[in-house]
Design a protein around this ligand. Structure first.
Ligand SMILES: C[S@@+](CC[C@H](N)C(=O)[O-])C[C@H]1O[C@@H](n2cnc3c(N)ncnc32)[C@H](O)[C@@H]1O
Length: 448
């Protein structure tokens, strides 16, 4: 079930201009209602429109303004306040964090059923953070993370770990916290304290997603903070037995932990192969191919800082520089040149940046994916393998990626077969009630 989130100014204005009637005296048979009544502060109630409740009762955490009928409470809630979310009869279905600016009025933190199972975290953000982060840590341990061969992984994956807007990646002794919600910024000290208490964490780097936070009503353009001490500029980690240098100034949190399992897969099929890693960043797929005894490996990226890391990673892993090289090029230009030289590889990987950042641009992005994949197929020798990726949520959720790959194959007169389909690694859990959390598609094609 995909939530249609009506966007646009009109809807936002409607949310902001909601009438705020005086407090109600109605009582409801609800544990949350009782806990809220005993709370030292008045807690506002966001009442949903009739017929708009089930989605959120089923667990979708993002209450969009179009689903809200009215807000009860004086003074009206402010961004970052705890609110109750109630059905049309004003019976609470859960509680969450309010935002007066965002098109998402509330990020639900707990549903009534969860509160009934364990009321200890109800309406208590600090306690909830502790509990959720503990659960997330246990979940990763059950997946064998960290381990003697992997020290880089995702500890908290936003909605998938019940903490919408909070991402935590662990790189050895450094935790990188990516914040994309106003409530996360408001509870920054509490979050830092919780993460700082985890075994083995000596440094925290806080990375606000400035553009997303603007839509949450927060301007943090100049903000970047570190805690408790300045972490080293670069961190050395291991993933599946391969060493990487991570720059904490690098893209996203500094490292793409989501491709860990897919990178490892490449190491298992590379023996004796000639491998091309397009959009290689710090060399993840290329290093795995070399580690898996590829005959020759080429990585291509347009970012100089990323390539510097990739080149240092060759040395760090004692790989033969005659067999692996990283080149700075625009990917499309490199592929066109290689096509004109009739050059081919046994295995080609393409992992471009997010080409469809919003659903609105999906159509034009589809054209770009089609063209890039046509080029990549032409660079794959007949009978060779193409691992092709899309990290655009809009593309993955549209379910059209395979169609685009088929169209790309038709364009260049090639026949493709799907050998493997994957998403992000298992430390990136997804809540099925929030399918928008699934963004990564990774498809392995045999190209004839
Ligand atoms: C999703 S990341 C790739 C992650 C990488 N595969 C890994 O495993 O770490 C996308 C990469 O594309 C690079 N990039 C963006 N635009 C590019 C372009 N026009 N040509 C080449 N590389 C580009 C970025 O610098 C970034 O490293």
């Amino acid at each position: 079930m995909v939530v249609a989130v009506p966007a646009g100014r009109g809807r936002l204005m409607k949310c902001l201009s909601l009438a705020i009637p005086p407090p109600t005296t109605t009582t409801h048979p609800s544990l949350l209602h009782d806990i809220a009544s005993n709370h030292h502060k008045r807690i506002a109630k966001v009442v949903l429109k009739k017929g708009k409740t089930q989605l959120f009762k089923d667990g979708s955490p993002m209450v969009y303004s179009g689903a809200v009928d009215r807000i009860i409470g004086r003074p009206p809630p402010k961004t970052g306040d705890i609110v109750l979310v109630a059905d049309g009869t004003e019976k609470p279905i859960g509680w969450g964090m309010y935002n007066s600016i965002s098109m998402f009025c509330v990020r639900l933190m707990q549903l009534e059923q969860e509160v009934a199972r364990d009321p200890s975290c109800a309406l208590d953000v600090e306690k909830l953070l502790e509990t959720r982060i503990h659960e997330a840590t246990q979940m990763r341990r059950s997946l064998g993370l960290p381990s003697s061969i992997t020290s880089a992984y995702r500890l908290v994956n936003s909605e998938g770990d019940g903490l919408s807007g909070l991402i935590v990646d662990i790189f050895g002794e450094v935790a990188v916290i990516a914040s994309s919600a106003a409530w996360v910024e408001k509870y920054k000290p509490q979050i830092k304290t919780c993460i700082g208490r985890l075994d083995g964490i000596n440094y925290i780097s806080w990375r606000p997603s400035v553009e997303i936070l603007k839509k949450e009503g927060m301007d943090l353009s100049d903000s970047k903070e570190i805690y408790p001490e300045t972490p080293p500029e670069r961190v050395k980690v291991m993933e599946n037995g391969i060493f990487y240098l991570i720059s904490l100034e690098g893209q996203k949190t500094g490292f793409y932990t989501d491709q860990r399992e897919n990178r490892h897969f490449i190491s298992t099929i590379s023996d004796g192969q000639r491998v091309l890693d397009m959009y290689c960043y710090s060399g993840g797929f290329a290093l795995n191919a070399a580690h898996g005894d590829a005959r020759n490996v080429t990585g291509v990226d347009s970012s100089l800082p990323a390539l510097e890391l990739a080149r240092e990673n060759i040395v760090l892993n004692n790989l033969d520089p005659e067999k692996i090289s990283f080149l700075r090029h625009d990917a499309a230009a490199f592929m066109k040149d290689a096509v004109s030289r009739n050059e081919t590889w046994d295995i080609v990987i393409i992992d471009p940046p997010k080409l469809a950042p919003r659903r609105k641009v999906l159509q034009s992005a589809s054209g770009m994916y089609r063209n890039l994949n046509s080029l990549a197929m032409r660079l794959t020798k007949r009978g060779g393998l193409l691992m092709t990726c899309s990290c655009s949520g809009a593309m993955t959720q549209s379910g059209t990626f395979l169609q685009i790959l088929q169209a790309a194959a038709s364009d260049v007169g090639r026949k493709v077969t799907v050998m493997r389909q994957a998403g992000a690694a298992c430390d990136h859990p997804i809540d099925p009630s929030y399918p928008e959390g699934a963004y990564l598609s990774n498809v392995l094609l045999r190209v004839l």
